[in-house]
Design a protein around this ligand. Sequence first.
Ligand SMILES: Cc1cc2nc3c(=O)[nH]c(=O)nc-3n(C[C@H](O)[C@H](O)[C@H](O)COP(=O)(O)OP(=O)(O)OC[C@H]3O[C@@H](n4cnc5c(N)ncnc54)[C@H](O)[C@@H]3O)c2cc1C
Length: 572
Amino acid sequence: MNYEKITKKVAKQYGVDVEVSADERSVFLRGQCGNWADIVAIGKMYVTEGKHVVNDIQLIGHTEQPERLPKLTDSALDGTSWDVVVIGGGISGCAVARELTRYKLKVLLVEKHSDVARGASGANNGMVHAGIDLKHQCLKLKYGVGGNAIYGDVCKELGVDFRRSGQYVIFDSKLIRFFAKGTVKRATRHGIPGVRILGKDEIAQVEPAVKDFAVGALYAPSTGYVSPYQLTIAYAENAVQNGATVSLNTAVLGMEMADGLVAKVVTNRGTLSAKCVVNCAGVFADKVAAMAGDRYFSIHPRRGTDLMLDPKAEGVPTQTISMGPSLKSVSKFGSGSTKGGGVIRTADGNYLLGPDAVEIPDREDTSTNAQSLANVFAKHSQVCPTLRRSDIIAYFSGVRAPTYEEDFIIERSAKVANLVHVAGIQSPGITAAPLFSKDVAEIVRQYLLSAGEQVVLNDAFDPVRPRPVKARQLDDDARDKLIQSDPDFGKIICRCEEISLGEIKQALHNPLGVHTIDGVKRRVRAGMGRCQGGFCMPLITDIIAKETNGQCTDVAKDDIGSNVAVGKIKEV
Ligand SMILES: Cc1cc2nc3c(=O)[nH]c(=O)nc-3n(C[C@H](O)[C@H](O)[C@H](O)COP(=O)(O)OP(=O)(O)OC[C@H]3O[C@@H](n4cnc5c(N)ncnc54)[C@H](O)[C@@H]3O)c2cc1C
C-alpha cells in the first residue's frame, strides 16, 4: 500500500501530519489531532489486507480516564501455577474457560470487576444475529453464522432461555427493496437459512405498528434472543462446575517475560505463573497485548446506547423490527451516530430501542447523554410512530471493542508463542462466542501439546449447568407445588418482575460467590422492572446481609466500595 499517498490525503483532508512506520504485521501511526472522530477515520484510511493498524495519534488536550481497577490488594494468587490463565470475564473469557474444562487442565479466569459480564457482555442487545449484514469472508461471518446455528443447543446445556423468533428489517422505498434481493442471495450463499423478502401487506399483517413506514421487509427467521449476562454467568458457572477457578476483583497489571514467552502474570492479588495465557480483555485487549510486548492492533472504543421500555408498554412491535437502509432519512441519520439495532423484543420479554454507535476516546466511558437518547428514539419512532417516550424506564451504554480492520482477531500470537488473542470482539460477539470459544480451546490445546505438555480429556466434564428456578414461568399448579416445597418461592420481593425470595436466595448461592445487589439483578432480574429497584433494593440489601451473616452496611451494589448503606438513621 502506498502510505505516502494516504498521508498526503490525510494532511489535506484533516490537516494532520501522520508519522507512519510498518513491520510485517502492522502499520503504526503517530501524530496529533484535535478531534477523536477524525483520529478514528484516519486510522481506517490505513487499513490494508494482511496488516493491522496501530493508531497512536494523540487527541490534543485529552487525558485518558484512569482504568477502573479493583480496590483490593492481597496475595491470594501469589505463587500459584496454572496451565491456562484466561484474562477477562466477558462472554469470550467465560466461554473459553468452559471449553478448556473439557480437558484436564488447571484453568484460572481472572476478571477485574466483582462479577462476570461487566464489560460489553453485560450491556448489549442480546441479539443472536442471523448474519445477513456480514458481507465478505471474515471471522465475524464464520463465527457469527456458525455460532447462531449452535445457539439453541448451547443454551439448553447451560440452562439459559433462548428464543429464535426472527428479525424484520424494514424498508421505506421500493429501490431499497430491489437491492435487498442481493442481500437474500448473499445470505443464502453464506448458509443463512430462510431469509426472504416480505411485501407491504405481509409485513403490515405481521406487525401493524410499522404499516405507515414499511414498503417491505427482509425477514431473517434464524435471528434469536438471549440474556447476554445470564449466558455469560452460565458459562462461568459451568466452567467452575467442571474444575476451573474464577478469581473476581483480579486485574492483570503486567506480565513478566522469559525466553520470548509469558512466564508470569502480575495481578493485584499476587504474581502467578501460566503455561498459556488467553487475552479476552475486551476494550483492553490491545493494552493486555502490550504487556507482553505484542501490541500489533488497536482497539478504538465505540459506545452504543440503548433505551429500555416498560414490558407493559402499548403500541410496541411484538416482533423485532430493524430499520434498513433508508433513502428518505439518510441525511438525518447517516451521520454515523446511529446505526443498526432496532426495536428489540429481548429474551426476557421486554423491549430495547437501539443501540447507536459513537466513537469515543475513553474505553470505559459508559455514560449516556441526551443526544444519543434523542437520536435512538427518533430513529425508531420513525418506523413505529406508536412508541411513547413515557414508556422508557431505563437506558444504558456499552462499549464495543473494534479493531481498525473491523474483524475479530482469534489467533495465537506470532511473537509470543504462549499468548492467544481473542480481540476485536465487537458485534456479533455474543452470537459468535459459543463457536469461537471451541476453536480457542483447540488453539490452546495444540500449543500445550507442541510445548510437550500432556493434554487429556476430562472424563468428568459435564456440559449441563442446572437451570435456575424461574417461578414466574411456571403454570399455577407447578408454582403451587414449588411454594409448598419451599414457601420462600411464594414471597415476592421484586414486584415488577415477580421475583421471589426463593429465587434471590438461589442466586446468592451461586458458584462464583457473588453477593452484590447487581449480581442478584443480573441473575434473576430483581430490580430490572418499571421501578428499577426503587421498592426491592432495600429488601434485597437486607436479604444479602442475612444470607451472608453480615450487616446491610457490608453489602455492595457492585464493585468493592459501592456500598449502598452507610449506617443506621434510627433504631426501632
Ligand atoms: C451496545 C452494544 C450492543 C451489542 N449488541 C450485540 C448483539 O445484539 N448481539 C451480539 O452478538 N453482540 C452484540 N454486541 C457485541 C457484544 O456485546 C460483544 O462482542 C461481546 O460482549 C464481547 O465480549 P468480550 O468477552 O470479548 O468482552 P467484554 O464483555 O467487554 O469482557 C472483557 C472483560 O475483560 C475484563 N478485563 C479487561 N482488562 C482486564 C485486566 N487487565 N484484568 C482482568 N480483567 C480485565 C473486563 O472487565 C471485561 O469484563 C453489542 C455490544 C454493544 C456495546
